[in-house]
Design a protein around this ligand. Structure first.
Ligand code: ADE
Length: 281
């Protein structure tokens, strides 16, 4: 019922970040699981300071908009030089590879798990972080950049978006997560929202963990989890169900089971358990 990627095809070797404020990305990408993965050499992170390619000795990398308008735009040449360095560096250490320039921008297609997975199959991702009003269109055209957004809101720059993209992709790479936490099993990655989860104590402030989870009955627990995940997805993000790798027949059976209450034989979901308890009190 769940999408299962068994073959590891994620092959990404390096992220190169082109930025005026790389410390924003480093704060996330070099911490915790990601930081350890880089230390272990599971993938590489390179940071290129766009200001190193400024057009004058004062570090100029931006200018006013042609045609007027507020704010400054990052100039094409320093960005182009940065992209060229990123490509040359990669070639020197890894030879030819599948490479893509991504421009983080609210104009782009919105990132989702599927897109992240596609990108993880490349060898080198060059992440261009705009600041101020963005970058000169000609550098995007010249380098055939793909624009990618992390959501329909406007950030001050692309750095936080790059950090998100690195986080999403890096955790798909072989060895980054322990097998027990394999990303395929998680939430959206499986096509569903994650079911409610519980840890000790079994009762907290009058709220009990669903009984079945304490039963030790592995098969019934798994069925409960799948149904709880489907239920939550139906309630909160029904549109995700249309993207599920479930056959129509499977979805119909599940929906019918819910409607006809034939799931009497199925374990109760958390909301139902609470209702049942309220009734019996
Ligand atoms: N830069 C500014 N806003 C952004 C967004 N929503 N996604 C990606 N990059 C951005």
């Amino acid at each position: 019922m769940f999408r299962c990627f068994t073959k590891e095809v994620c092959s990404l070797k390096r992220f190169t970040c082109l930025s005026l404020f790389p410390e924003i990305i480093k704060a996330s990408a070099l911490s915790s699981i990601g930081g350890r993965a880089v230390e272990r050499g599971l993938y590489e992170l390179e940071f290129i300071q766009i200001r190193d390619f400024a057009v004058n000795e004062y570090g100029k990398v931006d200018d006013a908009l042609y045609g007027g308008g507020v704010g400054m735009l990052m100039m094409a040449e320093p960005v182009f030089q940065s992209v060229t360095k990123a490509k040359d560096d990669f070639r020197q250490s890894h030879g030819e590879g599948r490479e893509k320039l991504i421009y983080l921008s609210p104009r782009g297609r919105v990132l989702d798990q599927q897109k992240a997975r596609e990108l993880s199959e490349l060898d080198h991702l060059i992440l261009l972080c705009g600041h101020y009003e963005g970058v000169d269109q000609r550098i995007l055209d010249e380098c055939e950049a793909e624009e990618l957004s992390i959501g329909d809101y406007v950030l001050t720059g692309g750095e936080l978006a790059a950090a998100v993209l690195i986080d999403v992709i890096s955790r798909m790479l072989p060895g980054v997560l322990p097998a027990a936490e394999a990303w395929q099993k998680e939430s959206i990655a499986s096509g569903l929202l994650e079911e409610p989860q519980y840890t000790r104590p079994a009762e907290w402030r009058g709220r009990a963990v669903p009984e079945l989870l304490l039963s030790g009955h592995a098969a019934r627990i798994e069925a409960w989890r799948q149904h709880a995940a489907l239920d939550l997805t139906l309630k909160r993000r029904p549109e995700l169900l249309t993207k599920l790798p479930m056959t129509h027949e499977e979805i119909r059976t599940w929906l019918e089971a819910r409607e006809q209450k034939t799931k009497a034989s199925l374990p109760l979901l958390p909301g139902e358990q609470m209702k049942k308890e309220e009734k019996s009190n």
